[in-house]
Write a protein that binds this ligand. Structure first.
Ligand code: SF4
Ligand code: SF4
Length: 398
């Protein structure tokens, strides 16, 4: 992790630009797993008041003073990987606020994430013990509709000179949710030139037919993040209970084609590392980069209380006493994982440890080959970066 001194010179822009609504209507300035403190409750206050609430301002002050005291330094992938920005790299209202130490933000949030409908077509063991689908007409469904309408009125529909990014969703699947899917189908992008939409999905319902159903917002859809967690057909239904690999791959090819035709700005494949899949990390990155994904993102498993504590720890192959820890370190030390389009997030520190472990334990010849393969990958990265002008957006917060 970055030293505290270094953190003081670098800033996280999220609390100055993000607004996430989760659970029953709690608002956050960042992913609640990384920054647990809520800034207010949409059931009791207006979004405008919450955006500049006392707690919101305290969180922003902690970024400006460099303490990051509300952030979980062990889990946040940006703190772990050092992907914070210097003042020079920041722009607009965020830069202004940090430069002049303003904790009250006059501008609307730039990024709005809807994370309060847990409906999903799957029930992955790492996420939930059974499938959740809110039935139409139920009080929960109605609540989700009300929250969506409130956010739409306050932050999405009003005209804006600045781009506003709507992210659906951090809690389930945008197409399995009746409310989110209907909302997406009914949005009229022609009247919302300021709106960009990012979709986080498991990909299984993102078919050509679904794409057509969103025809009025094709010009607004920007980035697509697909959570996959496996490189092999046999592993996929283990980590994505009831997931169908053939359907996933068909849809991924379709999304890659949209990306190739520049109908998407970015296609990212995600992989949450756990016991069932850690041996497939390199294969996953190779497969989905080859298919046409721009970025491959790995992340450490987070406890969503879906497993009993002992079962959860059994999944955490990086833990000190785990019997498969050495094998995990070997998998994480692979040279290909240095590829410049791979983001290791909160595994970055472990990767350093994994490489050090290999260097300390490998016999002479395998060690030389290991060093050579890492040097080769660095050279390939250099050649790729010279050949392709990788957009600045890829290097920044995704
Ligand atoms: S440093 Fe990490 S936890 Fe803190 S606000 Fe930024 S992204 Fe969130
Ligand atoms: S696809 Fe995502 S949201 Fe759905 S159950 Fe799996 S991890 Fe949870």
């Amino acid at each position: 992790m970055e030293s505290q001194d270094e953190s003081k010179k670098r800033y996280c822009s999220k609390p100055f630009s993000h607004f996430e609504v989760v659970g029953d209507g709690e608002a956050h300035l960042c992913c609640p797993s990384w920054l647990k403190t809520s800034i207010g409750d949409l059931n009791h206050d207006s979004m405008e008041n919450i955006w500049n609430s006392e707690t919101a301002q305290k969180i922003r002050a902690s970024i400006i003073d460099g303490s990051y005291r509300y952030c979980d330094h062990e889990i946040c992938p940006y703190l772990k990987s050092g992907r914070l920005e210097t003042l020079e790299e920041l722009s607009g209202p965020v830069r202004e606020a940090i430069e002049f130490k303003q904790t009250q933000i006059a501008a609307r949030p730039k990024y709005i994430l809807l994370g309060y409908d847990f409906s999903c077509n799957l029930s992955c063991p790492s996420c939930r013990s059974k499938k959740i689908m809110l039935p139409k007409g139920s009080p929960e469904h109605q609540k989700v509709e009300e929250l969506t309408a409130k956010i739409d009125t306050a932050f999405i529909k009003p005209a804006s000179d600045e781009i506003i990014v709507l992210n659906i969703t951090g809690s389930g699947d945008p197409f399995a949710s009746n409310v989110y899917r209907t909302y997406l189908e009914n949005l009229d992008g022609v009247n919302l030139p300021h709106l960009k939409i990012d979709l986080q999905t498991n990909g299984l319902l993102f078919s050509p037919k679904m794409w057509e159903r969103m025809s009025k917002i094709h010009g607004n859809i920007r980035n697509v993040f697909v959570s996959i967690d496996a490189a092999r057909e046999v592993t996929y239904p283990v980590v994505r209970r009831e997931g169908n690999w053939s359907v996933l791959m068909e849809n991924m090819k379709f999304l890659a084609e949209l990306r190739k035709q520049k109908k998407l700005n970015l296609l990212q494949a995600r992989f949450v590392v756990q016991k069932a899949n850690y041996r497939e990390m390199e294969e996953f990155a190779r497969t989905f980069l080859k298919l046409g994904c721009d970025v491959i993102e790995f992340a450490q498993l987070v406890d969503w209380n879906s497993w009993r504590p002992e079962v959860f720890h059994h999944q955490c192959v990086w833990e000190k006493n785990h019997p498969e820890r050495k094998e995990f370190l070997k998998a994480l030390s692979k040279s290909f994982l240095s590829h410049e389009r791979i983001f290791l997030g909160n595994l970055t520190e472990l990767r350093k440890e994994a490489i050090a472990y290999q260097l300390a334990t490998l016999p002479f010849i395998p060690k030389m080959l290991f060093i050579l393969s890492h040097k080769m990958q660095n050279l390939i990265n250099l050649l790729i970066s010279k050949k392709i002008a990788v957009s600045k957006a890829l290097r920044k917060r995704l």
